[in-house]
Ligand binder design. Structure first.
Ligand code: PMP
Ligand code: GLU
Length: 396
């Protein structure tokens, strides 16, 4: 008999991290695997941020920080929100955590009771639905296929709302699709949400700065819902700091206070050194962001072109993040090289074993027709990866 709690037994492991680990294991065996599975910038953290961290060590930032993070960091985040997003917050409304991942989870654990419904547009980032399960909530998945650029409509949102709806999780720019909601599209969703005053909107904006269509639009800009929006953001993607583990929320006071209470019993404030590094990132020169974004945009164009040339792949034109999410349903149900492809996870495993390219099957993102490639990798790697995939799928 398993000794595990029901909570844990029901939890699925993170497929993004699992595929990445599998790829690293094969690499350790000497196999030349190209890892396009996990989503993280392939750049090093900018020098001025590393210097700030070294200085923090020398200046003895070695004690517990306040639970929601140093006031100086929270002030820097407040200034960022004002300058870049035109939004007013106080430092008390900011809670810093061990990555945006913990930020999302804190919010869900703070507001969801057993049986509460959370609307999750699919394709979704793998961890949302698992976090909702951890909070004993019920996922209400709203599907948006490639034909609607993977974005839900106001009518779809309204149809999913019930008296039990407690929250919506909206991710733009999106992981795994790269789709970006325009201001008009966000306004359409906000107009629906304005009618339902109990719904909290969790706006995951971790890819804010990896946006190829210009200014980032936040759903928090609409006054009709503003007091119910929780913005989630962090330094992982914009500043190539995934390993530093620093994310935050900007939230209505009652949610920020709840997350503060939860975090105080659970993990305390995040790493003092990472906080000082994040503060430097927010206040320092921002040209590193543009440099990385330009590289990602060039790779987006490359990947769209290369993937479009693979027979059976249908491709959208992502406007942000660093993922391409082609529809590969043509291959599902086929037997290739004696291997039956029952679903997108099988397809990803086939590509790993035969082409030595690691990707993540769309199933984990609630879209079994698709497969996710992270193009946060060198151009030559992307070219080689797509050549290998094309070769193993030849004639199928
Ligand atoms: N949200 C989305 C959509 C993501 O892709 C990620 C990446 N892991 C996160 C949140 C969490 O980011 P982190 O915990 O590294 O700040
Ligand atoms: N967000 C990244 C991804 O989707 C990192 C891995 C994770 O935390 O899931 O690949």
């Amino acid at each position: 008999m398993s000794q595990l709690s029901e909570r844990l037994a029901a939890l699925s492991p993170s497929e993004t991290l699992a595929m990445s680990q599998k790829s690293n294991e094969l690499k350790a065996q000497g196999i030349d695997v190209i890892n396009l599975s996990v989503g993280e910038p392939d750049f090093n953290t900018p020098g001025f941020i590393k210097e700030a961290a070294k200085k923090a060590i020398d200046d003895n930032f070695s004690f517990y920080s306040p639970v929601p993070g140093y006031l100086s960091l929270r002030k820097a985040i407040v200034a960022k929100l004002k300058k870049e997003n035109g939004l007013d917050y106080t430092p008390e409304q900011i809670v810093c955590s061990n990555g945006a991942k913990q930020s999302v989870c804190n919010v869900l654990l703070s507001i969801i009771d057993a049986g509460d419904e959370v609307i999750v547009p699919a394709p979704y980032w793998v961890s949302y639905v698992e976090m909702v399960k951890l909070a004993e909530g019920t996922n209400v998945v709203v599907e948006a296929g490639i034909e609607q650029d993977f974005k839900i409509t106001p009518a779809q949102l309204e149809a999913a709302i019930t008296p039990k709806t407690k929250a919506l999780i909206l991710c733009s720019p999106s992981n795994p699709t790269g789709s970006v909601y325009s201001k008009d599209e966000l306004k359409g969703l906000a107009d629906v949400l304005a009618k339902y005053s109990n719904i909290i909107i969790i706006a995951d904006e971790i890819y804010e700065h990896i946006n190829y269509i210009g200014k980032h639009e936040s759903i928090a800009q609409f006054d009709s819902i503003r007091d119910r929006v929780v913005i989630v953001n962090g330094v992982s993607k914009a500043y190539a700091m995934t390993g530093w583990r620093l994310g935050w929320i900007a939230a209505p006071q009652w949610i920020a206070s709840a997350c503060n209470k939860l975090q105080g019993q659970y993990t305390s404030g995040p790493s003092s050194i990472a906080q000082k590094a994040a503060e430097a990132a927010c206040l320092g020169p921002q040209d590193c962001i543009a440099t990385m974004r330009k590289a990602f945009e060039r790779r987006r164009d490359l990947m769209v072109k290369l993937c479009s040339e693979i027979p059976g792949f249908k491709v959208n034109q992502p406007q942000g993040a660093f993922y391409l999410f082609p529809d590969c349903s043509y291959y599902i149900g086929k037997t290739i090289d004696g291997q039956t492809i029952n679903d997108s996870a099988d397809f990803a495993m086939f590509l790993l074993e035969k082409a030595h390219v690691a990707a993540v099957g769309g199933k984990a993102f609630g879209a079994n027709d698709c497969i996710r490639f992270s193009y946060a990798a060198a151009d030559e790697q992307l070219i080689k990866a797509m050549q290998r995939i094309k070769a193993v799928l030849e004639g199928v």
